[in-house]
Design a protein around this ligand. Structure first.
Ligand code: IPM
Ligand code: MG
Length: 372
């Protein structure tokens, strides 16, 4: 029997709470579907800093490179806001992305019918929405050199300092993430929209040319369009259903995916997958994480919505373990629970009602799995 390895990194804030619910889901699949998971758990972010003085221990990094998949909760919190930049919780997350070489970040934004009224946009704009943002995750301004803050004695520069980050993309980096987007589009509605700022940035011109090159040479069957990222942001809130797959760089992807997330009603619903090159088992190196953050304002109160983390595990079933049917089953269970009106606080509409706790939501999903 195949045993699927999974490294769980709950991290900070609500991370451990939502991860406890994923554990229940994993337990259900083991008991009822005869699957076998080898689950290990470790620290990341502030939790790792508290123990090791850095946001990701080298042993944890090594473990992440060995497993079939990593599932991460969230990192960061007010207790760590004033730490030196190099040991901030976010650096742990960025190190995982970089050293696992997870260049393609998949952020689906899907509007569940039961939640269409919770979006800040009108129901008829978002109902049935199903788009996928593919964000480049290991390069661009997040990692480009030179970077830093230094003295700058240019006459007239009040304060005497300069902050530098570098937007840098190689053609190879652009081509590989473009391929990921075209592959995914072929399994969906066969359309890719690439977003950059080719009107002001040379790296944007290169981005546009390379995406077009990959299209013309390898994916002529997929419909490709290009859009400036600012227009893309506008189009996302004007008429989001015009898109199928959006491919964009690291920073634009960070921003556009938050905007797309809000279309769906709640940030507490959105999973993500970060995929790299294939490993020996033929599956991509991968890390899965909810799009939401550590939510310090509700930490420890049983209020967090575990669905984004549970749906992230569904993505692991699909992309890392090749268990697409089981992923479908888990997604159906979530949909059923929402249709039944089970709601955590973030999903309460204006009419109010009594929210369930994090743990009750997890239980409801596990109960729904049997019938899904
Ligand atoms: C995200 C987050 C991260 C990012 C932070 C926590 C470093 O905003 O995953 O979107 O900027 O990539
Ligand atoms: Mg972000």
């Amino acid at each position: 029997m195949t045993t699927y390895s999974l490294l769980i990194l709950p991290g900070d804030g609500i991370g451990p709470e939502v991860m406890a619910e994923v554990r229940k889901v994993i337990g259900w699949f083991e008991t009822n579907r005869g699957l076998s998971f080898d689950v290990s758990e470790d620290l990341v972010g502030g939790a790792a800093y508290d123990k090791h003085g850095k946001p990701l221990a080298d042993e944890t990094m090594a473990k992440a490179l060995e497993v079939d998949a990593v599932l991460l909760g969230a990192v960061g919190g007010p207790a760590y806001d004033n730490l030196d930049f190099s040991v901030k919780p976010e650096r742990g997350l960025l190190r995982l992305r970089k050293e696992m070489d997870l260049f393609a970040n998949l952020r689906p934004a899907q509007c569940f019918d039961a939640l269409a009224d919770f979006s800040s946009l009108k129901r008829d704009v978002v109902a049935g929405l199903d788009i996928l943002i593919v964000r480049e995750l290991t390069s661009g301004v997040y990692f480009g050199q030179p970077r830093g803050i230094s003295a700058d004695d240019t006459p007239g520069n009040e304060g005497g300092r300069v902050g530098v980050n570098t937007q840098r993309y190689t053609s190879g980096e652009i081509r590989r993430v473009a391929r990921a987007a075209f592959e995914l589009a072929r399994k969906r509605n066969n359309r890719v929209c690439s977003m950059e700022k080719a009107n002001v940035m040379e790296s944007g011109i290169l981005w546009r040319e390379e995406v077009q090159w990959v299209h013309d040479n390898e994916y002529p069957d997929v419909e490709l369009s290009h859009m400036y990222a600012d227009n893309g942001a506008m189009q996302l809130v004007r008429n989001p259903r015009q898109f199928d797959v959006i491919v964009t760089d690291n920073l634009f992807g960070d921003i556009l995916s938050d905007a797309a997330a809000m279309l769906t009603g709640s940030l507490g619903m959105l999973p993500s997958a970060s995929l790299g090159a294939p490993m020996e088992n033929g599956r991509p190196r991968a890390m899965y994480e909810p799009v939401h953050g550590s939510a310090p304002d509700i930490t420890g109160q049983g209020k967090a919505n575990p669905i984004a983390c549970i749906l992230s595990f569904a993505m692991a079933l699909r992309y890392s373990y090749g268990l697409g049917d089981e992923a479908d089953r888990l997604e159906r269970a979530v949909e059923k629970v929402l249709a039944d009106g089970v709601r955590t606080g973030d999903l309460m509409g204006p009419e109010g009602g009594t929210p369930v706790s994090t743990s009750q939501m997890g239980d409801a999903i596990v109960a729904a799995l049997a019938a899904a």
